[in-house]
Design a protein around this ligand. Structure first.
Ligand SMILES: C[S@@+](CC[C@H](N)C(=O)[O-])C[C@H]1O[C@@H](n2cnc3c(N)ncnc32)[C@H](O)[C@@H]1O
Length: 518
């Protein structure tokens, strides 16, 4: 249904000439938001990153909280007159898409936020779209990104985005890890999408119910810069990690008294809930060659109660059940069903056989390695490569009963270089014992694997590469590099492991004619 716009009021405070079609805000402006004016926009396709593309006088405007085909009133959030593009946020819908729904997280709903004088919180930028259509948009974004950045043909990357059964139809209660900011009054808060403000919360609709049931919003966390809460979807015991503001971390006495206060405030929680303080100390080093100082930091943990880790249980009908220990803020897939889903996808793509050698790059706490080790058996080998010391400790514990798995410490490109330069040293010394790597599994951080790692993997010449990615742009760029070096993307599966957000996770299988042969 069409809605009428309020008549334009006084001139908006654009720094350049006021473009035609710009109106002024018909409601209170968010505290930290500058008045850049509003535009009436006909919204085009969804782009990578969670915004739709519209045009104003030929200039692209990236509009959040819209749906392709809609006509909206959008508040400009970045509008440099000389900028190549502007950014805007939907504040009113003039012509609504049939796929629009009420965003069930009120604080993330731009249509209810701006009239209340605040910006929407970040992290649920698809929440106004019906779940099935979110996935169709993700499929379109995946395809467009793979064609544009990855130079794939449309037919090769025409995908269905698979949802998790338990998410239907609302897409809520899947998040097992949430990081909160802390308001000046000590309340758990979420940052707005664009801007400095944070908004106190009393419910996180995307989080698993175990998090909401803790009622942490009733606790005063004054003195904390952030609070990270892990509530395993399948597993045991929640873990709260408090990161103090720097002034507190840097003073042992003050830290001690704050730790006592926090311990007292957390005492009303069930005994099963663990808590610790992550102390990031800033250290200053004078560089002698230049009259400059450089600062670096170290992290020490101070246990307040319980353990410093959580247990995550992963159950796969086909590959069995395993328990993992994950310490502190160590990486673990965030959706409650993501670990089992990714294990199934990786195992299917890798199709590891008895006696094979599999390299699991960026192995984290050893999730894929543990299942791959079963597949290759005692005559095979899984070489898990990880750079983070805490994840390495976890992986060594999680894999302690599987002698065919070896955890190698170091950056992926450095360990791969060692294999190529000195392949005959034993597995535990970081070599390959003259064995060939049959399959490389890799799940790099969002920045992707990049040339340094890909070129080493290419030199290693495994039979196949299984690449897990949560950042389509980086995956597309790495796919392009692999294509240019003879690898083809034989199959790709895409999963919606972050409903109500623009994020998706892909598992790609690459092969190369002649690769893997001795
Ligand atoms: C996306 S996580 C994947 C972890 C694991 N495969 C999983 O699915 O649970 C990426 C992991 O790579 C590690 N990492 C980051 N940069 C690295 C590098 N250059 N070399 C090796 N590991 C790295 C991080 O510590 C993190 O554990």
């Amino acid at each position: 249904m069409e809605q009428s716009l309020r008549a334009p009021m006084a001139a908006p405070s654009l720094t350049g000439p006021i473009p035609a079609g710009v109106t002024s805000a018909p409601h209170p402006r968010p505290r930290s938001a500058p008045d850049l004016g509003q535009l009436i926009l006909k919204v085009g396709p969804m782009a990578h990153g969670g915004h739709c593309v519209a045009r104003h006088e030929g200039r692209p405007v990236f509009v959040r909280h819209a749906i392709p085909g809609e006509t909206v009133v959008a508040e400009l959030t970045a509008a440099d007159p000389s900028g190549q593009f502007w950014r805007a946020d939907t504040v009113k819908v003039i012509r609504a898409s049939e796929f629009r729904r009420l965003n069930q997280w009120k604080l993330a709903d731009s249509l209810r936020s701006y009239p209340a004088g605040r910006q929407p919180v970040g992290g649920a930028e698809y929440g106004h779209i019906v779940l099935d259509y979110q996935r169709r948009l993700k499929a379109q974004v995946f395809r467009d990104t793979m064609v544009r950045l990855g130079r794939q043909t449309v037919e090769d990357v025409e995908v269905l985005v698979h949802g998790m059964h338990a998410d239907e139809p609302a897409g809520l209660h899947w998040r097992t890890r949430t990081t909160f900011a802390v308001s000046p009054g000590g309340r758990l808060s979420i940052p707005v999408h664009s801007g400095q403000d944070t908004i106190p919360v009393s419910n996180i609709p995307l989080a698993v119910q175990e998090l909401n049931e803790l009622h942490l919003w009733e606790i005063d966390f004054s003195g904390a810069a952030s609070v990270n809460v892990t509530t395993p979807g399948h597993g045991r015991e929640a873990l709260i990690i408090i990161t103090p503001v720097l002034e507190i971390s840097d003073s042992p006495e003050t830290l001690k008294s704050y730790a006592n206060v926090w311990r007292g405030r957390l005492s009303k929680l069930s005994k099963q809930v663990s808590a610790m303080v992550a102390v990031r100390r800033s250290t200053r080093t004078i560089q002698k060659t230049q009259s400059q100082t450089s600062s670096s930091g170290t992290v020490e943990n101070l246990q307040l109660r319980g353990r410093s880790w959580v247990q995550e249980d992963v159950s796969s009908e086909r590959y069995g059940t395993k328990a993992f220990r994950v310490t502190g803020e160590g990486y673990w897939p965030v959706h409650r069903d993501a670990a089992a889903t990714l294990v199934e996808a990786v195992m299917q793509a890798a199709d590891a056989q008895d006696g094979q050698v599999v390299a699991d790059l960026y192995s984290g706490a050893g999730l894929f390695s543990a299942f791959l080790a079963d597949a290759v058996g005692q005559h095979g080998a899984v070489l898990s490569v990880e750079a983070d010391p805490s994840a390495i400790r976890d992986a060594r514990l999680n894999l302690q009963d599987v002698p065919q798995a070896t955890v190698l410490e170091g950056k992926a490109d450095e360990v791969l270089s060692r294999w190529l330069d000195a392949p005959v040293t034993g597995f535990s010394q970081g070599g390959l014992q003259s064995r060939r790597v049959d399959t490389v599994v890799m799940h790099p951080p969002r920045s992707g694997a990049g040339r340094a790692v890909l070129s080493r993997v290419h030199e290693l010449s495994p039979g196949k590469i299984v690449y897990v990615s949560s950042e389509t742009a980086a995956f597309a760029q790495d796919t392009r590099w692999l294509n240019e070096h003879g690898w083809s993307l034989d199959a790709v599966q895409v999963y919606d492991l972050a409903p109500d957000t623009h994020r998706m996770t892909s598992v790609g299988l690459f092969t190369r004619p002649g690769a893997g042969s001795a």
